[in-house]
Design a binder for this molecule. Structure first.
Ligand code: GUN
Length: 283
């Protein structure tokens, strides 16, 4: 079997076009959605990420501001900026890029963001809302994975989903979203003794570990949907995921590539969340 590709670039293009249309309609009523992206320090990867986020906003017609501060910024100064952005009516979404310098308590900063503007979905209130099925912002990466399943017409209802990884940003919210969609969910992690035993039973596998070749062909049930959240580099420095793509794509029914899979969807869902925050504020 050769798996069909779930193309995150094509799906992003389609969703971002829809965001652009809704943004236009909202802007015509005087409510242009606004995202504030806050970067502290000079982490090169973070600089690329925030630039991509700001550009994506611009391309879809959203207003965005990039606030860049030196690594020497104090926690109190950053908290003051977050409080000011909470009060700014032109800003509907606030994203503080992680990681933050070690002297700043990231948890404290995220908790300072108004849950109404928490478009990353990292606030404890957002996580709690997801857990109990209340409205709130879903973290962008797992939300994007759900959209990818939807795009191929694949319902998780009654399926067995295995999530590899238990991070607060991907693994845990991914499990919650799949559960909310009526899947039976298993969460595996670094202390799971026999990973393959679980993944071989899965109709859906989401790999979110941050290590190459976590999922190989012998670990996959024929026809399964495989979603690769990993972003790693191989020996040649080439971008690759957590999944052995060449091997697994011979067994799986559907697979997301890296690059061009989940990656673009994360930014797309950030735009969706920011637009939704603005739509709620305009009601
Ligand atoms: N660092 C890496 N990914 C992310 C993300 O999605 N949001 C934020 N705020 N920081 C990140």
């Amino acid at each position: 079997m050769t798996a069909q590709l779930i193309d995150g670039i094509a799906l992003s293009r389609q969703l971002r076009a829809e965001v652009a249309l809704r943004t236009q309609a909202l802007a015509a009523r005087g409510h242009t959605p606004g995202l504030a992206v806050v970067l502290v320090g000079d982490n090169p990867a973070s600089q690329v990420y925030v630039r991509n986020k700001v550009k994506a906003c611009h391309d879809a017609g959203l207003h965005s501001v990039l606030e860049q501060y030196p690594a020497s910024m104090s926690e109190a100064e950053l908290l003051a900026r977050v409080h000011a952005l909470n009060e700014d009516p032109s800003i509907h979404g606030i994203l503080v890029q992680l990681p933050l310098p070690a002297h700043i308590d990231a948890h404290k900063v995220i908790e300072a963001i108004s849950p109404l503007k928490d478009v990353d979905g990292f606030h404890v209130g957002s996580a709690g809302a997801l857990m109990v099925g209340q409205p709130g912002f879903k973290p962008c990466t797992p939300y994007g994975c759900m959209k990818m399943l939807e795009s191929i017409g694949y319902s998780p209802k009654g399926r067995h989903a295995v999530v590899i990884g238990r991070s607060n940003i991907v693994g845990k919210p991914m499990a919650m979203l799949l559960l909310a969609a009526n899947a039976t969910v298993t969460v595996c992690h670094s202390a799971t003794p026999d990973l393959a035993h679980h993944t071989r039973q899965a109709d859906i596998v989401v790999a979110a570990v941050g290590r190459r070749n976590v999922l190989t062909a012998d670990m996959v049930k024929p026809g399964a949907v495989v979603i690769d959240v990993g972003m790693n580099r191989d020996e040649q420095g080439k971008l690759c995921g957590d999944v052995d793509f060449a091997g697994v794509s011979r067994v799986a029914g559907w697979i997301t590539p890296v690059p061009g899979g989940v990656g673009p969807m994360t930014i797309t869902m950030l735009l969706v969340n920011t637009l939704e925050a603005a739509e709620r504020a305009a009601r």
